[in-house]
Ligand binder design. Structure first.
Ligand SMILES: Cc1ncc(COP(=O)(O)O)c(C=O)c1O
Length: 341
């Protein structure tokens, strides 16, 4: 990411999605703490229902303070729209449910967050949606796993907690050719470090609870992507009711974020994850590699340069840093002992 990108990113974090003025000339975004909204008269009500007036109707469907977060996130992810949720898991599950129906098949990279895996392998299964787990970052296994009824591929970049990053351009290309939608959970990167939609990924999900909010005082989720897809997910939020509460922390998480600190932390996490590696639960297939230590060249490039923003995170070959990162490659024998969060 160049300095110029950084500046525009910071500008977007402050001003993106924000109107020029707020009610009562407030300088900071007001928190609209209301469960429902009043209409001036029947004419306004009719105008709203006929789609001639754009406004809020009921708190489970929308809130101006939450809308602000959504517009800011769409600006930061460079997507057409975004929708916010009460938690990251509400965002993940609602998005998956919006995109599949009974008879469909879903592919999941095996080292995804365990609750997402649990949802796909146990919950979806009960509703007639089958699944295949593929080894971490293995795009060849992805291509081989696609069936005529495959509708969705789910990955994290980087994964929690193993920090693998599949080659997103390849993932997007393989899936686009086969008319399969792609979902990337980008929680660990945030749009400050990485924008999956710019690699052709259809839908980006975040647990805002983590680095996006950044202060451990917010539970939230965000889904960003093309307007049509986001609208399907928003419709489900209205049904399921996982609307976030309008509150200060949620209202401007990216604005509160110190972008420089976030990127520095991200790099440290990349290296730290290698210093204290954990292997996947026993039985998980495939390679395990932190973004800083992958043996796959394209993966390494994606991880180091695109996610953490630099090429030299592993250090020069033979340097103490390089040696210490090499030691972090998990040993297969350790796997049985390691437990995932
Ligand atoms: C990658 C990832 N996605 C989703 C979630 C779920 O987010 P939340 O705790 O906000 O529901 C988590 C939580 O740890 C996560 O790490």
């Amino acid at each position: 990411m160049s300095d110029e990108d950084d500046i525009s990113q910071k500008t977007l974090a402050v001003h993106g999605g924000e109107p020029r003025t707020y009610p009562y000339d407030a300088l900071a975004a007001p928190i609209t703490q209301t469960a429902t909204y009043s209409f001036a008269d029947t004419a306004e009500l009719i105008a709203y229902f006929e789609g001639r007036k754009d406004r809020e109707e009921y708190g489970r469907y929308g809130n101006p303070s939450v809308r602000l977060v959504e517009e800011k996130m769409a600006a930061l992810e460079r997507t057409e729209d975004a929708v916010a949720f009460a938690s990251g898991m509400a965002a993940v599950t609602s998005t998956i449910l919006a995109l599949v129906k009974s008879g469909a098949h879903v592919i999941l990279f095996a080292d995804c967050y365990r609750r997402t895996r649990q949802f796909v392998t146990t919950f979806l299964d009960r509703f007639g949606v089958s699944n295949t787990l593929i080894p971490p970052a293995d795009v060849e296994a992805l291509a081989a796993a696609i069936r005529p009824e495959t509708r969705l591929v789910i990955a994290e970049a980087p994964t929690n907690p193993y920090q693998t990053v599949p080659d997103l351009e390849q993932v997007a290309e393989i899936c686009r050719e086969r008319k399969v939608k792609t979902l990337i959970d980008s929680t660990f990167a945030t749009p400050v470090n990485f924008k999956p939609a710019s690699y052709g990924i259809d839908i980006v999900v975040h647990s805002a609870t983590k680095y996006l909010a950044g202060h451990n005082d917010v539970l939230g989720g965000v889904v960003a992507g093309k307007a049509g897809l986001v609208s399907l997910v928003r419709d489900l939020r209205s049904v399921f009711g996982a609307m976030p509460r309008p509150a200060r922390g949620l209202s401007d998480p990216p604005r509160h974020q110190d972008l420089g600190a976030s990127r520095r932390t991200a790099k440290r996490i990349g290296a730290g994850a290698c210093r204290a590696p954990r292997a996947p639960p026993s039985g998980s297939p495939g390679v395990v590699s932190g973004p800083a230590i992958s043996s796959q060249p394209r993966h390494r490039e994606t991880a180091d340069e695109r996610v953490w923003g630099r090429r030299d995170v592993r250090g020069r070959r033979g340097s103490p840093r390089h040696q210490s990162l090499r030691r972090c490659v998990p040993n297969p024998e350790d796997r049985a002992e390691s437990r995932r969060r």
